[in-house]
Design a protein around this ligand. Structure first.
Ligand code: SF4
Length: 456
């Protein structure tokens, strides 16, 4: 699997990358495959079965809505959030669905979407089975898909073949570990951002990569601004009130007197993004939806509070932060259902810490040190969202993760990059901790805060 930074930073919609974007991508892939095989015209019914973590917290994560939109051929990056409600109202009101946007079929949602909360498919906790039937009930096509975190999906045969992500692409400086990344940079006299930019050349030229990353930054900025403007309660039974608009008002009125004002703003930036995510708004996976606030909050901190901050620094930040995300994706997982929240907020903290050091022109060794610190102090972090909603603890946890990332970067920048625990060691520790973690703490809402706090 060869990853681009644009596989790590993807434009999508909330509230969950593994439970919203992944299922939408899987449903879309299934119907596009049907179309490619010429089966759309013969399909009279489509059945969707959801398993494991997807079934347990899927309602709170809008998995049902995502699947319906995906079956109509929508993708997270192309979907206009404004058409979501009318589209779902049409499908549910008429009990009919436009398969791949091409052919209308009957669709009885309670019969055609089944939730298997007590069963898991063999490959991953986030399993889905799609079945297309002809008019006589004969099976035309049946496929199992897995949502492996960050919006990535893999068909069962792809997962078995170890290809849970984009296909292999030949890059000039391949790396599977942080050590290999540092060695390659050292051997060729490159800064990490230069090495990653060269690798991105396998997909597009440098100018296009820069433009794409600045567009990612613009989407993040828009998300923060929308979060500051939006008022009221977030969707769902918890009736959580948005905090970002009030905090924004307070900070704007207070001016710059407090020595902790930068931290207050970082909190506000992160809350704004994750409140937008919780309401199904447009976000950037970084590397997931649940952890989508940390990188934008730290990047906005950089632009606003660091002297000499520039677009060049933003690009360095995203190139290096994206490369660190790749290391976790390749050597562990960025799925809360596999790793707990250390795989989401922990990874985002590590990416943001590394990105900030790169933006501030730290050395390659300081970048690696910051990424390591960012994860070391998130090891063991569980995933226990109350009512299965990506709200508590998720929203506030992003504010905590962003502040921690800045501190990790500052600690690393005060040293010369030499340190005891390597990034590769901490990634391996995170993976082992995730594997040993009880399933009740891995995006199932069967333990932790999810069972100790009343839902309303
Ligand atoms: S607790 Fe963490 S991993 Fe779990 S849904 Fe929330 S942000 Fe994602």
């Amino acid at each position: 699997m060869t990853l681009s930074v644009l596989d790590i930073f993807k434009i999508g919609i909330g509230p969950s990358s593994s439970h919203t974007m992944g299922p939408m991508n899987a449903a879309r892939r299934f119907v596009l495959d049907l179309a490619a095989q010429g089966l759309i015209e013969r399909t009279a019914q489509v059945g969707v079965q959801l398993y494991g973590s997807l079934a347990l917290t899927g309602l709170g994560h809008c998995t049902d809505r995502a699947v319906l939109l995906g079956l109509e051929g929508h993708s997270p990056e192309g979907l206009d959030p404004a058409i979501v409600e009318p589209t779902l109202a049409r499908i549910r009101g008429s009990s009919r669905l436009r398969l791949a946007g091409q052919r209308e079929i009957a669709f009885d949602e309670p019969m055609n979407v089944l939730w298997h909360r007590d069963q898991t498919l063999p490959g991953h906790s986030n399993g889905m089975r799609f079945t297309a039937l002809d008019a006589h009930g004969g099976v035309l096509c049946r496929e199992d898909y897995y949502s492996t975190g960050g919006g990535f999906v893999a068909r069962a045969d792809e997962l078995d073949a170890g290809a849970a992500g984009p296909a292999a692409v030949s890059v000039p400086y391949p790396f599977e570990s942080a050590e290999a990344l540092l060695d390659a940079a050292r051997a060729h006299g490159l800064e990490l951002h230069e090495l990653v930019l060269a690798n991105e050349g396998a997909w597009r030229d440098a100018a296009a990569t820069r433009a794409a990353l600045l567009n990612i930054w613009a989407v993040m900025t828009d998300c923060i601004e929308r979060g500051f403007r939006s008022q009221g309660l977030l969707p769902g039974v918890l009736k959580v009130r948005r905090r970002a608009p009030k905090l924004y008002r307070q900070l704007t009125e207070a001016g710059g007197a407090s020595p902790m004002q930068a931290m207050d703003w970082v909190n506000a930036f992160a809350l704004a993004v994750n409140e937008e995510n919780a309401s199904g708004g447009r976000i950037v996976t970084a590397p997931t939806n649940g952890a989508a606030g940390i990188v934008p909050a730290v990047l906005t901190y950089y632009r606003r509070f660091e002297p000499g901050a520039s677009d060049d620094g933003v690009v360095r930040f995203l190139l290096v932060g994206g490369a660190i995300g790749m290391l976790y994706k390749k050597n562990a997982s960025i799925s809360g259902a596999e790793m707990g929240c250390q795989g989401e907020v922990g990874v985002a903290c590590s990416m943001a810490a590394a990105g900030l050091v790169a933006a501030l022109n730290g050395t390659n060794e300081q970048v690696e040190n910051a990424a390591e610190i960012g994860m070391e102090h998130n090891l063991g972090l569980t995933c226990d969202p109350i009512a299965g909603l990506v709200q508590i603890p998720c929203i506030e946890r992003n504010a905590m993760g962003a502040v921690k990332a800045i501190n990790a970067a500052r600690l690393a920048m005060r040293g010369d990059g030499t340190h005891k625990v390597t990034l590769d060691q901490v990634i391996a520790t995170m993976r082992q901790t995730g594997e040993d973690m009880s399933a009740i703490y891995k995006e199932t809402s069967q333990g932790g805060l999810a069972v100790n706090v009343p839902e309303c």
